[in-house]
Design a protein around this ligand. Structure first.
Ligand SMILES: [Zn+2]
Ligand SMILES: [Zn+2]
Length: 124
């Protein structure tokens, strides 16, 4: 039993080290240029700036828009939303707290629910 537990622990640590995902310890969505991402479609003035790798509603409770990452500028992803370029911070003040294995990668600047329907956790 002890060996099974330690093997599981090693697998878990390896998964943590290799898979980059947004978490309260690392509240950053791992985006690259060309990645498809779901973003808040409320417009530039919307403060929520929600982004997710999975279809979801943003923290203003609107359906998020699927788009492609055009550029990465520092810590921001530039995407096209409804024909206009918009900048989204990749680091969220709130993030999916589901932990390893969750691939929703939801980050937002305001509290709400992630793509899995759980409450977002404030970033550490
Ligand atoms: Zn929004
Ligand atoms: Zn989640």
């Amino acid at each position: 039993m002890k060996t099974v537990m330690s093997i599981l622990a090693v697998i878990f640590l390896l998964a943590l080290a290799t898979a980059a995902f947004a978490s309260p310890d690392n509240p950053k969505i791992p985006l690259k240029v060309g990645d498809m991402v779901y973003v808040c479609g409320c417009g530039e003035s919307c403060p929520c700036k929600s982004m997710s790798m999975k279809p979801a509603k943003c923290t203003c409770n609107k359906k998020m828009v699927k788009t492609k990452v055009l550029r990465i500028e520092g810590d921001n992803a530039v995407v096209k939303v409804k024909g206009a370029e918009e900048t989204f911070p990749m680091t969220g003040k709130y993030v999916c707290g589901c932990g390893a294995g969750c691939d929703c990668n939801f980050v937002s600047q305001s509290p709400g629910k992630c793509a899995c329907g759980k409450d977002l956790v404030p970033a550490k």
